[in-house]
Design a protein around this ligand. Structure first.
Ligand code: HEM
Length: 229
């Protein structure tokens, strides 16, 4: 009897998350595709006039970033994994490859141009890119080794990092609604902006670590109980 309100809340939650996710992924895809075909010098500081490599790095990172943001959440749906393992494997490989390009594209842009706000923002985003590279490599490595639990944990870390880019924007939306942009400015170097350089991924990764460890302990306890029986 109590099952349907829980299911309804779950689907409502998913729908509420899907709207900003699809909106930002579409924005990122469109921005990236335009960056390849149109001179955006007048529109955005991110475009580098006469900088084909820098533009290729940052705009390919936007196109592939938009794509993995839409694909990665599907990989955690258990029913899809069980019923279509081949699709899970092919999509998983594509996500890992795209994540590597997204991270390397962002890191190349930081090395060549630097971020809008300078060294501290460079550091926050470079760490973000480095962690994405690491998580992508580990996800594939443990899948290939058949270590399902460790593969799953790394895949979740990668998912959190992929979602980080959306979370970064959502933090700003919520903060501007609540405070009208207190401690934030267009150069992105206000106190709020500085916290943001790291706050869109580190706390979420930390929360995930706690969850993974707890799940591990519960798993170990139930397998101990199983061996006694
Ligand atoms: C799914 C993942 C990602 C998506 C969808 C994404 C998307 C975008 C978009 C749309 C922009 C343009 C700025 C805007 O309009 O807000 C951007 C900028 C940028 N991204 Fe990403 N990104 C992702 C991951 C990463 C990663 C992992 C790095 C780290 C290396 C990174 C580094 C940057 C940098 C340095 C900029 C320019 C920042 C500035 O100076 O304003 N991105 N990204």
């Amino acid at each position: 009897m109590r099952a349907w309100p829980i299911a309804a809340a779950k689907y409502l939650g998913i729908a509420l998350l899907a709207v900003p996710l699809l909106g930002f992924a579409a924005y990122s895809l469109r921005f990236g595709i335009r960056g390849f075909g149109v001179d955006l010098t007048q529109e955005t500081y991110i475009y580098t006039p006469d900088g084909p490599f820098t533009n290729a790095a940052i705009f390919s990172h936007m196109v592939l970033g938009g794509l993995i943001m839409m694909l990665a959440p599907l990989q955690v749906i258990g029913r899809l994994r069980t019923n279509y393992p081949r699709v899970h494997r092919i999509t998983g490989r594509a996500i890992v490859a795209a994540s590597l390009i997204v991270a390397l594209g962002g890191l190349s842009y930081i090395a060549l141009r630097g971020t809008l706000a300078g060294p501290l923002m460079d550091a926050g985003f470079a760490l973000y890119g480095g962690l994405m590279l690491w998580a992508a490599v580990q996800t594939l490595r443990f899948a290939r080794a058949g270590e399902v639990d460790r593969h799953g944990s790394w895949a979740l870390r990668l998912l959190v990092l992929v979602m980080g880019s959306l979370i970064y924007r959502l933090h700003y939306v919520i903060w501007y609604i609540l405070t009208d942009g207190l401690w934030s400015n267009e150069q992105l170097d206000g106190p709020f902006d500085k916290i943001q350089y790291f706050a869109f991924y580190l706390p979420y990764l930390a929360a995930l670590e706690v969850w993974i460890r707890r799940r591990g302990r519960h798993g170990a306890r139930s397998s101990c109980a199983g061996s006694v029986r």
